[in-house]
Design a protein around this ligand. Structure first.
Ligand SMILES: C[S@@+](CC[C@H](N)C(=O)[O-])C[C@H]1O[C@@H](n2cnc3c(N)ncnc32)[C@H](O)[C@@H]1O
Length: 279
């Protein structure tokens, strides 16, 4: 995630979809008394923390919204503050020193939310083990995630000699399940290995629909980790290559909405929605 401002500017549909996905999972959650705090892992710009997660939490539940990126947290504190409910804090979800992190200070949690962040964390095993330790017994982890990372389109763009030199370390930015034969099975196995019970899961293709090419391309641009390595005069060509590659592999499709007659730009991805409980 390179540009919090750009992500927030073009993110309305991402945030809306996150809400719809969480609404699918919400009936599976239980809220024992007294309410424990909730943790948001990879909160990014904070819009989802405030507009989506905090808006759905029972009254009195505090949300500790965390991210590894200080730039994201700065943006979130400025634009998505909710005093008395949300506290923003730095936390590396794959930390090997959990007990020394800011997230640990507020544990145990009743809920942990991860929205579109697991596919950015190469060491999902460690992240899941940490979640297990951070939760109270009976606590639940809620996952909204992309199983793979089609938006980088690196299988096409990374093979072009003009761009490949900037993308040598692509595996640091790919979903850990990107080349898996069965991403869902691998992810669920990590949950079971950590001690979780899988309460509910859906694994199927989903889409985020954008009304304009500008918004759809804006999101692709804001999350592209290679763009800041590309010389300024080549950035536009690079993002055009990423856009065209997404069209070619059909992770972006363009269609006419039959009801409104308007053009829709859909970002298509393999989605995993899951609730896991610590016994
Ligand atoms: C696509 S954003 C999602 C932000 C927000 N949850 C949303 O749905 O808009 C992914 C976020 O995960 C964060 N992230 C990546 N690796 C992380 C890690 N190891 N620990 C915590 N956050 C991480 C990134 O900094 C980024 O802000």
């Amino acid at each position: 995630m390179e540009d919090p401002g750009l992500y927030a500017r073009h993110g309305a549909k991402v945030f809306e979809t996150a809400g719809a996905f969480l609404d699918e999972l919400w009936p599976r959650l239980s809220w024992p008394d007294p309410p424990l705090p909730a943790l948001d892992v990879g909160c990014g710009t904070g819009e989802v923390s405030r507009q989506v997660i905090a808006a759905r939490l029972p009254r009195g539940v505090r949300l500790i919204a965390t991210d590894v990126s200080p730039a994201m947290l700065k943006h979130a504190e400025k634009h998505s503050a909710l005093p008395g409910v949300i506290q923003y804090d730095v936390y590396d979800a794959a930390s090997r020193h959990l007990e020394q992190t800011r997230a640990w200070e507020h544990a145990p949690y009743g809920k942990i939310f991860t929205v579109y962040s697991m596919h950015w964390i190469p060491d999902n095993r460690r992240a899941i083990l940490n979640m297990y330790k951070l939760l109270a017994s009976g606590g639940e982890a809620v996952f909204v995630m992309m199983a793979t990372s089609p938006f980088l389109a690196h299988d096409i763009v990374g093979k072009d000699p003009r761009w490949s030199k900037y993308m040598q370390d692509v595996e640091l930015f790919l979903s850990p399940y990107h080349y898996s034969k069965d991403p869902t099975a691998d992810f669920l196995q990590l949950l079971l290995d950590a001690g979780f019970e899988v309460v509910y899961r859906i694994s199927e293709p989903r889409s985020i629909d954008y009304d304009t090419k500008e918004d759809c391309k804006g999101i692709l641009t804001s999350v592209n980790p290679f763009l800041n390595r590309i010389p300024a005069h080549e950035k536009e060509d690079f993002m055009n290559a990423v856009w065209e590659a997404n069209l070619k592999q059909k992770s972006i499709t363009i269609r006419r909405d039959e009801d409104t007659g308007k053009t829709k730009f859909s970002y298509n991805f393999p989605c995993i929605l899951c609730v896991a409980r610590k016994p």
